[in-house]
Design a protein around this ligand. Structure first.
Ligand code: SF4
Ligand code: SF4
Length: 454
């Protein structure tokens, strides 16, 4: 009885139709396997179908040591294969040797994959007629230069790929991998950072027919590009490459953010006029060059909001009066809000008035917080009764303007504690006894209010 069902069975019935021998049926409590019918799926399948199907992994092997021994010497290859695959099968050295000599390639492959091999066994497996056996042996690693050489001549690209990923390749073997007809072999050597490449090899890699392979070459840390190579990469025919280089923020493609080369003015100009929004934005967000006046002007006129914002957010962008005027009237409120915070230009009274009346409360708040203007009585009155708490708070926090007693009283009774607190912290008034009493019993302020201010 090779397999049995344990108590964890949830009676889901999934395994029943999978059994080629009709060996599974419902028992008193759980499903059960008829030991006289179950033959481990041999010779129909390589693996027990019920085990693969069971969602709760409650089918386990029930082989005794004797059954395993018998199964290994069974004339039936499917049975030998099933035993070789058993998770609890831990063969002796002799059993491994016998398994590697099995007439069935599947059995040889399982032994080669699952068990450690002696150098002689590796050598024998590397010359096996079966691809899987050779691949398993190649995967063991630590091959001799001669074995690597032979492996790189293997008809099976998977074997060549495994060799291309190893760390002890000679210069000629590296060259062989780089010129392999199979792209996965070329990819393996491009990813093999233990192998140094020459500039000529990088050049060839950058010209690979596959764009994703070209990318692997210029992403290598040991690639120090010449100006010519930078230009070639930036003008790569694949849009994938340009997009990824300029827009990917994570670590895989850091090429354009490398500091060991700079972009020429022509390359910057090309990036800033790229048809892709994300590429233009990525160029503007680079901080290692200054924009010209015309590039700033073009950016501020860009149809993409984030680009207009990015221009304004650049540290060294110098905005002219007319650009400022245009920004404050931008149709997008995010841009207007950013301009409202711009401190290098002093807004005109008319611009302040427009900003304080903006429908967007962030913009009203930004203007209310500016200390480069003194609000008129009307503006103050409007601001202190603004429906937005942030605007009221911004005015309450301005210690450069004088408030009336009535305004302070209204502020001290504002329904928002932040606003009440801001008024309480003002030093331009002496609270009445009633205000002190109210303050001392204010849930939110007590007890710090008195300690800090009075
Ligand atoms: S191992 Fe195969 S034959 Fe045995 S019960 Fe499972 S599905 Fe049926
Ligand atoms: S698939 Fe698993 S859980 Fe479902 S009936 Fe069969 S043995 Fe039980």
């Amino acid at each position: 009885m090779p397999f049995k069902i344990t108590d964890e069975c949830i009676n889901c019935d999934v395994c029943v139709p999978e059994c080629p021998d009709d060996a599974i049926s419902q028992g008193d409590q759980i499903y059960q396997i008829d030991p006289n019918k179950c033959n481990g799926c041999a010779p129909h399948y390589d693996t027990p179908q019920c085990i693969e199907a069971c969602p709760v992994d409650c089918i386990v092997s029930a082989f005794s040591q004797d059954q395993i021994e018998q199964g290994l010497s069974s004339p039936d290859a499917a049975t030998r294969l099933m035993i070789a695959k058993l998770s609890e099968f831990s063969p002796t050295d002799d059993q491994v040797e016998l398994g590697l000599m099995d007439t069935d390639a599947g059995v040889r492959a399982v032994f080669a994959w699952r068990h450690s091999l002696t150098p002689a066994q590796v050598e024998r497996c590397l010359t096996d007629e079966n691809d899987d056996v050779r691949l398993a042996a190649a995967k063991k690693g630590n091959l001799t230069p001669e074995q690597n050489e032979r492996g790189l001549m293997d008809a099976n690209a998977q074997v060549r790929r495994v060799i291309a990923a190893s760390s002890n390749l000679t210069a000629s073997q590296i060259e062989k991998c780089l010129t392999d007809s199979d792209e996965s072999v070329r990819a393996a050597i491009a990813d093999n950072h233990s192998c140094g490449l020459t500039q000529a090899q990088f050049d060839r890699g950058l010209a690979d027919a596959e764009y994703w392979l070209r990318r692997k070459f210029f992403s290598r840390k040991d690639f120090i590009p010449t100006h010519d190579q930078v230009e070639r990469i930036l003008t790569d025919a694949s849009r994938h490459i340009t997009q990824e280089i300029f827009t990917q923020k994570d670590a895989t493609l850091e090429f354009i953010r490398r500091t060991d080369f700079t972009l020429s003015p022509a390359q910057i100009e090309r990036g800033l006029t790229d048809e892709s929004d994300s590429i233009r934005l990525a160029f503007i967000e680079r901080a290692d060059y200054e924009l010209t006046n015309s590039q700033i002007e073009r950016g501020l006129m860009d149809a993409v909001t984030d680009i207009r914002l990015a221009i304004l957010n650049r540290k060294n962008s110098v905005i002219t009066q007319s650009q400022y005027e245009r920004g404050l009237a931008d149709p997008d409120e995010k841009v207007r809000a950013a301009f409202a915070l711009y401190q290098k230009i002093r807004p005109t009274p008319a611009q302040i008035e427009t900003g304080l009346c903006d429908e967007n409360y962030t913009i009203r708040t930004s203007f209310a917080s500016r200390k480069d203007f003194t609000p008129s009585k009307e503006q103050l009155k409007r601001g202190l009764s603004d429906k937005s708490m942030n605007v009221r708070l911004a005015f309450a926090q301005r210690d450069d303007i004088k408030l009336t007693k009535a305004q302070i009283e209204r502020g001290l009774t504002d329904r928002y504690s932040e606003v009440r607190a801001a008024f309480a912290q003002r030093t331009d008034f002496t609270p009445t006894a009633e205000q002190v009493e109210r303050g001392l019993t204010d849930d939110w302020l007590f007890p710090d209010w008195t300690a800090v201010h009075w």
